[in-house]
Structure formats: structure tokens, C-alpha cells
Write a protein that binds this ligand. Structure first.
Ligand SMILES: [Zn+2]
Length: 268
């Protein structure tokens, strides 16, 4: 049986102040950081985890995050590098619904989509301090309608082709591909553990820890719903790292990302 391969789909970069990346710690000042999605090419199917950000949305709603994204860094562009098209994806899983993780969902109208059961109602009725995080609502007609922002929907987006299946707790998407429930950053946030036949596991924190510095020092990002749960989630991931001897990948770490395999280079 062919082993699993994990590809990181480079989605360009954004800018935040250091105090937003390392909450109440800093240092402040502009930090340009990477955004990427994850393709798990598994014997049972192609699983896409997150879809990056939509450049036009960020320019319109969050221009202060100064997006830089080439054609190859859009989801269709990144898949094309691998000889794939959006229609080749079997399952789309969103770790959470922040704008930099759902921007390319619109390319997958006919794909099975999965998220945590609490993430959808939260995006539809979020706290005032979460509005910027949950600002791109084109991933769901239901959420866009609840927030009164149906103008964000593209033609052709319907309740049917933006519907999700809901999960809770830790979930095995396929043998060796496990969603690890890590709330705190958002109510329904997930990290990802991928185990292989031939190499050590990969533990992708996703936004439970933007950077190694967040992870090693239990520092939440400024965007969060429950900082205590966030710290507990980071500690849980460190326990899994230790138990599994996993290699840990962070979601928005400019330093670590330089060493990550991207494009046609994969883990597996
Ligand atoms: Zn996030």
C-alpha cells in the first residue's frame, strides 16, 4: 500500500503586529508571516486541510495585514504545481473558520466538507472581538445570511454546496490521520496528527500555536476565545509530541517555515 504524503500548499504571507502574534508578550512591530494549507494524500483519498486566504477579501477588509500572494500561492495555483485541480480533492476539512483558513473554500463546491460542530454557530454569531477573524464568510451561505453579509457570496454558492458535516472531540479522518481537538484559539479549533509507515509522525499545530515561540512558552495569539483553554491545548500537543516522537509544524512561523517542505517537496 502506498504510504501517506503530506504537502504544504504555500498561500502567501500576511502582516501582524508582534503583540498580536505573541499576546501580551511581543515584541511589537510588523511581522510578515506565512499562510499555508495542508494536503494529505492518503491511500483512502486526498484530504485538504484549510484553504488559505482570499487576496481580494484581505485587501478589502483587512488591508493592514498587507497580503502578498502570487498566482501560484492561490489554492488552484498551489494544487496545479502538484498536477492537481480542486476537483481532485475528496474531503475538505477546515481547522477553524478564520479568514486565512477558509478563503479558498469557494473552489470546492462539490467536495465533502467537515468542521467542528461548534465552529459554525460561533462564526454565525461571534463575539465582537472575533469579527475580524471571522470576516470572510463566503465559505457558508448559512453563516453569511446569519451575519447579514450575503454580498460576500459568489454566484453559485448555495446552502447545498456550502454545507458541512460536523464532528467533535478527536476524530480519525482516515487511518493515521487524526484531528486533535485543540480549543482556545477558537471554540472548535483542531490540530492535525499524521502518522506514516516509514517516517516519524507530523504534528501540525495549526493555529493552536502560530510559532515555535508561542508553543514553547504557552503564549496565545491575540486572536483567541479562551486563553486558558488555549494554553491547555498547547500543553496537550506537547504531550502528544513527546509520546509520538512527532515533528511539529507551526501555522504562521516565519523562521520555521523557511525549513518546511513546500511545493512539490512533501513529507512521507
Ligand atoms: Zn486562526
Amino acid at each position: 500500500m502506498p504510504d501517506t504524503k503530506v504537502y504544504l500548499l504555500d498561500g502567501g504571507t500576511l502582516v501582524l503586529d508582534g503583540f498580536h502574534i505573541w499576546w501580551n508578550k511581543g515584541p511589537g512591530g510588523e511581522v510578515r508571516f506565512p499562510v499555508y494549507s495542508v494536503l494529505v494524500d492518503h491511500p483512502q483519498g486526498k484530504f485538504l486541510i484549510d484553504t488559505g486566504y482570499d487576496y481580494d477579501h484581505v485587501q478589502k477588509v483587512l488591508p493592514f495585514e498587507k497580503p502578498q500572494q502570487t498566482e501560484q500561492q492561490t489554492i488552484p495555483g498551489a494544487l496545479k504545481l502538484l498536477g492537481l485541480e480542486p476537483k481532485d480533492i475528496d474531503v475538505l476539512f477546515n481547522s477553524h473558520f478564520h479568514f486565512d483558513h477558509v478563503g479558498g473554500n469557494k473552489f470546492f463546491p462539490d467536495v465533502k466538507k467537515i468542521c467542528h460542530k461548534d465552529e459554525m454557530p460561533q462564526a454565525a454569531n461571534c463575539q465582537s472581538f472575533e469579527v475580524l477573524g471571522y470576516s470572510d464568510l463566503a465559505f457558508s451561505t448559512e453563516v453569511a445570511e446569519a451575519r447579514g453579509m450575503t454580498d460576500q457570496l459568489d454566484a453559485g454558492q448555495t446552502a447545498g454546496n456550502t454545507s458541512f458535516e460536523f464532528v467533535e472531540g478527536d476524530v480519525e479522518l482516515a487511518p493515521g490521520v487524526t484531528l486533535i481537538y485543540t480549543p482556545g484559539h477558537t471554540v472548535g479549533h483542531y490540530s492535525l496528527l499524521v502518522e506514516f509507515d516509514t517516517r516519524r509522525p507530523l504534528l501540525l499545530t495549526l493555529d493552536a500555536a502560530y510559532t515555535r515561540k508561542n508553543y514553547e512558552n504557552d503564549i496565545n495569539a491575540g486572536f483567541h476565545i479562551d486563553p486558558v483553554a488555549g494554553v491547555e491545548s498547547m500543553r496537550r500537543l506537547k504531550k502528544i509530541e513527546e509520546d509520538k516522537n512527532a515533528e511539529v509544524l507551526f501555522s504562521h512561523d516565519p523562521e520555521s517555515f523557511k525549513e518546511y517542505r513546500t511545493g512539490v517537496n512533501f513529507y512521507g
